[in-house]
Design a protein around this ligand. Structure first.
Ligand SMILES: [Zn+2]
Length: 429
């Protein structure tokens, strides 16, 4: 190749790189890209139900396709309406970022390819009556929560990888087309066969951020898993667990099985703390399991102790977790219908745009009836005892009643502000 040929080539390559850096390629256009992103995302959803290797350490068996994280017959059946439940979901069909309630059949609610037929059996002990009345059962249920969360994230990462590869391929082929066209003016150059751009544009950058959002809890999830294994097998472990189980004497129309995250300063270092919550409604009672790590006790011990000291605080914990903790929960469609439309909208909005953590109190009452029931039971108990109602008790009851009456359902509608909120949330992890 002559010196001048090299110069021509260099010039055209620079022009393509510049075009890429200016994000002028068709595939870098946000609308073109988001269409392709959604397509690939939905085409690959089957990864979430493809069989894998069993999650139990040492087991090499292939899983069944759908393990329920929340027991179907003893728990989910108690909140089902005409075979369906509702769960919050991001509305990907709309250009305005929002959450909707999505209808899901009981056979698909909370399922993931987790365990082989043999190991599905280890959960049988409480699947029959759904009763969590000892620590072992609580640990088994929590273990299943962890496995689902990890498998979900691993599959989402895999889908992300497919999206990224597809995007890169499109960009490279656009670059190739562009160079071929530019060089066609010069007869001495044949068609360019292969080109690979290695830069980082805003799309690659946001995909990487999405990756780290999915990856960041995995390390801690592993610590939890090891600790639970050790606790179940009564082996010593350096990471002890904080485990609390409580039983409401009333039915809650929701089942939760998720992980909440809060970053805090521990010895001046930003540390992730995770809390696992399971809410398991039966016909006339509800079990609540909360598990955290003792290494985070500075942050969570008081919160957990206080939440489990009073049914109203426990209800607050559950409601905040639904909005600020995890969106992996299911409600009875009949119950959801009883909420006013503005309240439904506000709850779904808060789930998506919250800047609070699950440790903060949610100022809106989701379960008015349950809250009223607890308040009236508390009042009854106070009235039948000898000592009078304390200031503290009075304050709590007043605050909870105020929550039921409140109708402050303000939401922001400016798409730019909302997009920024979402972006901030993604980067917080
Ligand atoms: Zn197995």
């Amino acid at each position: 190749m002559t010196e001048s040929d090299i110069q021509i080539l260099q010039k055209e390559i620079d022009a393509v790189i510049e075009k890429y850096n200016r994000e002028d390629f068709i595939n870098q256009d946000f609308e073109v890209y988001s269409k392709s992103f959604k397509e690939t995302y939905f085409q690959n959803q089957n990864l979430h139900t493809n069989k894998r290797v069993c999650e139990v350490i040492g087991c090499k068996n292939i899983t069944i396709k759908k393990s329920h994280t929340i027991p179907k017959s003893s728990i989910l059946k108690n909140i089902v309406f005409e075979g369906h439940l509702l769960t919050p979901k991001f509305d990907s069909s709309d250009n305005h970022p929002k959450n909707i309630m999505s209808k899901i059949g009981i056979n698909n609610a909370s399922v993931f390819p987790g365990f082989c037929t043999k190991h599905e059996d280890i959960f049988k002990s409480f699947e029959i009556d759904g009763k969590i009345d000892n620590v072992n059962k609580a640990l088994l249920q929590t273990f299943r929560t962890l496995c689902r969360e990890r498998v979900y994230r691993e599959n989402e990462l895999e889908i992300n990888k497919i999206i990224r590869e597809k995007y890169k391929k499109k960009i490279n082929s656009e670059a190739q087309e562009s160079i071929t066209k530019a060089l066609s003016k010069y007869p001495q150059f044949e068609n360019v066969k292969d080109i690979e751009l290695k830069g980082i544009d805003s799309i690659i950058d946001s995909l990487s951020k999405l990756d780290s959002f999915l990856i960041s809890p995995l390390e801690q999830i592993k610590i939890f898993e090891t600790s639970i294994y050790s606790a179940l097998l009564k082996l010593p472990t350096k990471d002890k667990l904080i485990i609390r189980v409580a039983n409401f004497d009333t039915h809650l129309p929701v089942s939760i099985c998720g992980i909440g995250n809060q970053v805090y300063l521990k010895d001046k270092v930003e540390t992730d703390s995770y809390l696992l919550l399971n809410v398991m409604p039966r016909k006339d009672s509800t079990s609540v399991i909360c598990v955290g790590l003792e290494r985070d006790k500075l942050l969570i011990q008081n919160y957990i102790d206080s939440s489990f000291s009073n049914p109203l605080f426990l209800l607050n914990m559950i409601e905040s977790f639904m909005v600020n903790g995890s969106d992996h929960w299911f409600v009875n469609p009949k119950f959801w219908e009883t909420l006013s439309e503005v309240k439904q909208k506000k709850i779904l909005y808060d789930i998506l745009f919250t800047e609070d953590s699950h440790l903060d109190e949610y100022p809106i009452s989701i379960f008015d009836d349950v809250r009223m029931y607890i308040i009236s039971t508390l009042k009854k108990n106070i009235n039948t005892r000898t000592e009078k109602i304390t200031e503290f008790e009075k304050e709590i009851i007043d605050k909870e009643i105020k929550k039921i009456k409140s109708a402050d359902y303000e939401i922001i509608t400016d798409t730019n502000i909302l997009a920024e909120k979402l972006w901030n949330r993604l980067q917080k992890h």
